[in-house]
Design a protein around this ligand. Structure first.
Ligand code: C2E
Ligand code: CA
Ligand code: CA
Length: 668
């Protein structure tokens, strides 16, 4: 098949430009590279080289570039090689999306590589190459007798592999991904038909455009990349983990938790914090020679996935991480040493589902994880404890044994108790007291949180209805909402029904929402808050300073009270200069015209200090621990005095104070 027609170079030149820009963009993208990214990058590089080589062959054939026979053959062979490797790379990329190739070495890998190997062999060995193409005695390019059979077989084989993979693993990807991959494959195959008119040379440009579209659709960075660190996000870990349980190949998970992170991040400000986080993230991404994927699933916590590791090797990696984190990190001349706990576990031996994985990552119980050594977490222990807690919660729900305690909140201006916080209590006959900090998390994962929330809310309503604590000057009760509770559509209705049933006015309840819930899903949160506000309810922002939210963002939400997390008060106590952070937080809250609540007040010195700073409300053991309802009424009567009762004309005291000793602490 010889020809005298000139070849059009413009499409290939466009393809070179397009792919070059694409490569530069990808290279400077703030993301730590995983294998999938490398496959994708290779795909674009091959596309670029393919276009370059095609320009070379076109110029040779047009007579614009006079070269020796040898060079001509090499350039043409390379053009064939890069162009016909695209199908192979597309298939590898699809396998990466399914998470298949990470583990399954051996046979599958060999089968996948065979056609690609044959391609190289045929292009290198002269006698075989003759079957694909050659230049005749006039110097004209000729397709060999094998040309079509050979290339269409390769395309056919990879297309078949792709279809099989798509069919086998389709449940591993979302519907959107599935549709996009199909579309991508169809476009790639259709673009091959453009080769029917070879002088146009438009195929590579079409395929490059296909890749670009696929990139925009499939590699949506905002979902899988954490904005602050540029590392893989919580969502990315979640979807990756789902693939790992199925694969049944050993992966180790190393979790690195920076304990004093909230404290430092407030002290250093967001720019410096971000820089530090990135410095640490980069170190993590590179120290293992790229053999680990690095995730940033929650604030102050890094997670490494180590594929195809032995347990000893994984522990060694963890130990190296631990010892590096024991020395300071430096950004902009500021040196910071984090208190770090490092723990390791395995998938699928120790950890069998996403819930367990996140429980492992998020359990920072300082009593269990020391900072001086790496802990290996055995599935049995986590599993057993979580399972036991889940069972204990279920039993308590079934037997109606969950209790609600009340902790007074001191109003500095009036010196009285005008509000309190309702805190759930679980005492299991076998396990003893279980902290809500522990069981709320388990209950969220086990789907029990809605029921717990309902029980707590009903208890609070009943308490208000039966005891009428407003007689003693109590204005409202703060009720905690967990993050998942806030995401539940039925929450508003549940609250509305209970308030109606117990004749509760909206002003009597204030809902505490933690800062991390607002960050977790801002749009849902806003919707839920709007709905609840229509019922007349108001809100407090709980655990201020520990979530990931920036101030201006938080201030867009209708929070009347801001509760500064107790860790800031306690940190300020340890060292005089740490007061700056607490002071700044308080100033900010006041500057924004919100009321500040500081919790965790345990000493007189703290009380005096906070009072001088003009804090509106104080909560803590200094005033009282959380106490049962009846005892709380006594506390109220004692602290706010009976004067209030006299002002109330026609109410009967339900639970009058009988014994002074019932009161836990009377410092108000
Ligand atoms: P939180 O909302 O930050 O609640 C304050 C916690 O600090 C309570 O712990 C309280 O007992 C404790 N606390 C208050 N003052 C002091 C103090 O001066 N010193 C010390 N050492 N601790 C103090 P608790 O009751 O163990 O609750 C822990 C967390 O569990 C709460 O943190 C809240 O996030 C969650 N929680 C508690 N009750 C509920 C509930 O009914 N629903 C939901 N969703 N979460 C709840
Ligand atoms: Ca709270
Ligand atoms: Ca709190």
């Amino acid at each position: 098949m010889t020809t005298n027609v000139t070849y059009n170079l413009y499409y290939d030149i466009s393809a070179v430009l397009l792919n070059s820009v694409f490569i530069i963009l990808l290279f400077f993208r703030k993301k730590v590279k995983g294998r999938r990214d490398w496959v994708f990058m290779s795909l674009i590089i091959f596309m670029l080289l393919s276009a370059v080589m095609e320009i070379g062959t076109s110029m040779i054939r047009n007579g614009d570039w006079v070269v020796s026979n040898g060079t001509r053959t090499v350039v043409t062979a390379l053009a064939h090689y890069f162009h016909n490797s695209i199908e192979f790379l597309v298939f590898l990329y699809v396998l990466q999306i399914f998470g298949v190739l990470r583990h399954r070495k051996g046979l599958l890998l060999i089968i996948v590589w065979i056609p690609q190997m044959l391609l190289s062999v045929f292009l290198i060995v002269p006698s075989l190459r003759q079957g694909i193409f050659y230049y005749d005695t006039n110097g004209a390019y000729v397709h060999g007798y094998l040309y079509f059979y050979f290339y269409y077989s390769i395309i056919g084989i990879y297309a078949a592999f792709g279809i099989i993979a798509l069919y086998l693993y389709r449940n591993r990807i979302s519907k959107k991904q599935f549709a996009l991959i199909n579309l991508f494959a169809i476009c790639m195959i259709l673009s091959i038909y453009a080769e029917v008119e070879p002088h146009m040379r438009i195929t590579i440009l079409l395929q490059s455009l296909c890749l670009l579209v696929c990139y925009v659709g499939l590699e949506n960075d905002s979902e899988v990349i954490d904005n602050e660190t540029g590392l893989l996000s919580r969502y990315a870990l979640w979807s990756e983990a789902a693939l790992l349980y199925e694969s049944r190949f050993n992966t180790y998970v190393v979790s690195i938790h920076l304990r004093n992170f909230p404290y430092y991040s407030r002290m250093l400000g967001s720019r410096l914090t971000t820089e530090l986080l990135r410095t640490m993230g980069n170190w993590l991404a590179h120290f293992s020679g790229g053999k680990a994927s690095v995730y940033y699933p929650s604030r102050g916590t890094y997670t490494l996935l180590l594929y195809e590791y032995e347990k000893e090797a994984a522990l060694e990696v963890a130990e190296r991480v631990r010892s590096r984190f024991a020395s300071p990190w430096i950004a902009r001349g500021t040196s910071v040493t984090f208190q770090t706990s490092v723990k390791v576990t395995g998938i699928p031996n120790q950890i069998k589902n996403e819930d367990q994985l996140f429980a492992f990552i998020e359990n920072h119980d300082p009593a269990r994880f020391s900072t001086g050594e790496v802990s290996f977490i055995d599935e049995v222990r986590t599993d057993q404890r979580n399972g036991q807690i889940e069972a204990a919660v279920q039993k308590a729900l079934d037997e109606n044994r969950l209790e609600v305690y009340f902790q007074p909140i001191h109003d500095v201006a009036s010196g009285r108790i005008r509000s309190c916080e309702a805190l759930v209590r679980l005492k299991d006959p076998d396990m003893g007291y279980i902290s809500p900090e522990e069981f709320i998390r388990v209950a969220e994962h086990a789907g029990q949180i809605g029921q717990i929330g309902e029980v707590v809310f009903e208890n609070v309503c009943r308490f208000l209805h039966d005891n009428k604590p407003e007689r003693y000057g109590l204005e409202f009760v703060e009720v905690n909402l967990s993050t998942l509770q806030c995401m539940d559509n039925s929450l508003t209705e549940q609250i509305q029904n209970l308030m109606k049933k117990y004749e509760i006015r909206p002003g009597q309840i204030n809902l505490e929402i933690t800062e991390s819930a607002v960050v977790y899903n801002a749009s849902v949160m806003k919707q839920v808050m709007d709905n609840l506000r229509q019922l007349g309810l108001s809100f407090s922002l709980d655990d201020f300073g520990t979530g990931n939210a920036n101030y201006s963002y938080i201030m867009n939400y209708p929070f009347d009270l801001i509760k500064v997390d107790k860790s800031f008060l306690w940190a300020a106590n340890e060292k005089g200069d740490n007061r700056v952070i607490l002071d700044n937080m308080l100033q900010l809250i006041q500057g924004l015209n919100r009321k500040a609540v500081v919790e965790g007040v345990e000493t007189e010195a703290q009380r005096d200090y906070l009072t001088r700073r003009g804090v509106d409300y104080l909560q803590g053991f200094y005033y009282s621990k959380p106490i049962p309802g009846a005892q709380f009424i006594e506390f109220l009567a004692h602290t706010n005095g009976a004067s209030e009762m006299i002002e109330m004309k026609d109410t009967v005291a339900v639970n009058t104070v009988t014994e002074e000793s019932d009161i836990v602490a009377v410092n108000a």
